[in-house]
Write a protein that binds this ligand. Structure first.
Ligand code: MN
Length: 729
């Protein structure tokens, strides 16, 4: 003790202002780490003071006073140095020239993250008064905060703002008070920060019901001396007995907070005098068993009211609150409420969850950020599970804490976007605007470039990079989460296919008509497309491209007299028709599922190397498709029927791939084709050829073991003169 006092007055300490020393005094530091912490916090103190230099609060005080009071509260709650430093600096990103970079460099990434979190929270405005909204808003605060210390700093910030609220215009006072009532006070309750909750509630009460508040304060004040005397009489024998039994304890009479008295008066329709548990005494002991010993003493001295006893030590409240509560009949028949708890429980009662963050140098230092996160969640869940008395509240707590299915993402402008968990930058892009989604090429997540299929996390700031030349691919369907993104991508792909058919149809038509020296027909078609049976030229091209109609059928409609000779235009050839084999279920693995029936789809014939996706068909197991398969269902309701699948080919084996090849009917085309495949040592499983109107359409199946082999074949085929078009079917 003496040494401590001496240290306080040593000359090198006194260079710090008394305000700063008050914070250091709250910190219970070991001597060996004192200097480092002191230097660190002093730098934060000075940096905040300088950054806010010249700024004033509405009260006329320097702005820094608010930063200081926030840090002071945090030190009273025994938070760790990083949190206190962030308390000093919590408004610099929003209001001063200090940048994220400055914070990171001068105070490290942890302080930066906390300040950034607080800044993000203040960007979220609570607008609706509906209860559900308040609930959602709380969830959002918690999930955006990520680190519970962000919430704790926010509480210190809010508490000081509420304490100085009288300097604001009345309308603003009300808005802030209502937000505090609907969001922050209930949240403080859930996090077990009873003291903070009471302080906030009294401050809210004062703003919202100024008259009732004033009256109540007066009544409490008027009855104070009488109450004090009564409490002293009540406590005296208890203290004596505690001493006799050598129980270390502090006994304090305490006033209830105004808002709870007011609440009771309103609920029970009684007046001030009739509130019987206005008198309350708290006994704070060193050890848990002393609580029970103390309870014995109280019950020996005063008659307990049976139904008003609660053992929240054995069964803590869902928010972690622990205490013994009893109500006894004191002198002159007055009812007195007595609470007994340990120092530690008392601190938990005051700051709740924050108590878990109490700065203990020994163990805290070892905890990594991640440990803390997990520990916090685990503790809350444990607390929730311990509580058997209030199942509704337990559920409420779970709703918030196991809030995992949604994430909140910031745009660079600070707007908040809500997405399903596991969402990618593409989901985010479509959420902003469909055009942004269709043109998105990449994203910066927290200023770092990431691939489009990255998973986003709560509180990320995401900037979407777009390019006019980008367009969506089927592969996107594999990782997007929102139905909005999915339907836009599918719609786009359908449109792209249509464009491709139109292009192909036009090309086929042109080539054939040129060959037949009938280009005039093309002009006639353009002039009067309706004669073809299709409304527009595009529709006709598309039908030609898809093969719904042949050029011959079109020509007939326009110049029946010039119909080309049938035999000159039509030839057919078939080699090994219909020869097909497929070994089902082999070569593909589905995560964690081995006994499900797996088969390769017949519509798109995937081969190793293809991007694939599994589709669950009721009663028929999983069918594996290429992600590019156009037969995949387009309805979004089916999205949970898609499963991830992987190639797992242990033995080399061949897969049959059908190709459709369209070419000009040139003498040696078929010869060139078979030559180029045999050069690559590839078996042709089957060939079907139809020549119509000078255009040759080949269906050829080749045997390959993977996509690379197929690509080599396709590259060869592309070099054959006369090729118009080739696709995998
Ligand atoms: Mn602030």
């Amino acid at each position: 003790m003496v040494v401590d006092t001496l240290k306080q007055i040593l000359p090198h300490r006194s260079r710090f202002p008394a305000k700063f020393r008050a914070i250091m005094a709250n910190m219970n530091l070991k001597e060996e780490s004192r200097e480092d912490v002191e230097q660190f916090l002093w730098r934060a103190y000075r940096a905040a003071e300088q950054a806010h230099d010249g700024q004033l609060r509405k009260s006329g005080e320097p702005y820094f006073e608010h930063c200081y009071q926030t840090a002071l509260l945090l030190s009273e709650w025994h938070m760790d140095p990083v949190t206190i430093a962030a308390g000093f600096l919590h408004d610099v990103l929003e209001d001063t020239a200090l940048t994220a970079q400055d914070l990171k460099e001068q105070f490290g990434p942890e302080v930066y993250q906390l300040v950034d979190g607080v800044t993000k929270l203040s960007g979220i405005k609570f607008r609706s008064h509906a209860e559900r909204q308040a609930e959602n808003f709380m969830k959002m605060l918690l999930s955006v905060a990520r680190d519970i210390r962000v919430i704790i700093i926010k509480f210190a910030d809010r508490l000081h703002n509420m304490r100085t609220i009288k300097y604001l215009p009345l309308i603003k006072q009300r808005r802030i008070a209502i937000e505090t009532r609907d969001v922050y006070a209930p949240l403080a309750h859930r996090l077990g920060m009873a003291r903070v909750k009471w302080d906030l509630e009294d401050l809210i009460f004062k703003v919202i019901e100024p008259e009732a508040f004033g009256e109540l304060v007066k009544m409490v004040r008027d009855s104070r001396s009488e109450r004090k005397k009564y409490i002293a009489d009540f406590v005296r024998p208890i203290k004596k007995q505690l001493k006799e039994y050598h129980i270390q304890a502090t006994v304090v009479g305490r006033p209830k907070h105004y808002y709870s008295i007011f609440g009771k008066m309103q609920r029970r329709q009684v007046n001030f005098e009739e509130i019987y548990d206005l008198l309350a005494v708290r006994i704070i002991t060193e050890r848990v068993d002393d609580c029970y010993a103390g309870l014995g003493i109280v019950h020996q001295l005063y008659t307990p009211i049976q139904e008003r006893f609660n053992d929240f030590i054995a069964t803590p409240k869902m928010n972690g609150y622990q205490s013994l509560h009893t109500t006894v009949v004191g002198p002159r028949g007055k009812v007195v409420e007595v609470q007994l708890r340990t120092v530690e429980m008392d601190e938990t009662a005051e700051i709740g969850v924050a108590a878990h963050w109490r700065y203990k140098e020994s163990d805290q230092a070892k905890l990594t950020h991640m440990d803390r996160q997990i520990r916090w969640l685990r503790e809350l869940v444990e607390i929730a599970q311990n509580d058997k008395s209030t199942p509704e509240e337990f559920l409420e707590l779970l709703k918030i804490d196991l809030f995992k299915d949604e994430i909140f993402i910031f745009t660079p402008r600070g707007d908040l976007i809500q997405l399903p968990a596991g969402s990618s930058p593409v989901d985010m892009a479509f959420e902003i605007h469909s055009e942004v989604g269709l043109q998105c090429v990449g994203a910066r997540v927290n200023s770092k470039i990431v691939p489009l299929n990255s998973k986003l996390h709560n509180g990320d700031t995401v900037e979407i990079i777009t390019s006019e030349h980008q367009s969506p691919g089927y592969a996107w369907l594999k990782f997007v989460q929102t139905s909005k993104a999915k339907s836009h991508i599918r719609r786009f792909m359908r449109r792209a296919q249509l464009d491709e058919s139109i292009r192909l149809g036009e090309e086929i038509l042109q080539k054939i008509l040129r060959r037949l020296k009938m280009t005039a027909v093309h002009k006639a078609i353009r002039k009067n497309p309706g004669r073809s049976g299709y409304e527009t030229v595009e529709q006709l091209y598309a039908a030609l491209g898809r093969g719904d109609v042949t050029v011959r059928q079109v020509i007939v409609k326009f110049t029946p007299e010039q119909l080309p000779q049938e035999d000159a235009l039509e030839r057919k050839l078939s080699v090994a028709p219909g020869r097909r084999y497929r070994k089902s279920g082999q070569g593909v693995r589905v995560d964690g599922i081995s006994d499900l029936m797996i088969s390769l789809s017949k519509c798109c014939n995937p081969i190793p190397g293809d991007e694939i996706i599994g589709f669950v068909t009721r009663g028929r197991g999983i069918t594996v498709h290429r992600v590019a398969c156009s037969n995949l269902p387009i309805i979004d309701a089916n999205h949970d029927r898609f499963v991830e699948v992987e190639w797992d080919v242990s033995k080399r084996r061949d897969f049959v791939v059908p190709l459709k090849i369209v070419a000009e009917d040139r003498k040696h085309f078929l010869k060139d084709l078979t030559e180029s495949t045999s050069k690559l040592n590839t078996n042709i499983a089957s060939v079907d050829m139809v020549v119509e109107d000078g255009i040759m359409t080949l269906h050829m199946s080749v045997e390959v073991d993977d996509i690379r082999k197929l690509e080599r074949i396709q590259n060869r085929v592309r070099m054959i003169p006369g090729l118009i078009y080739m696709e995998r079917i």
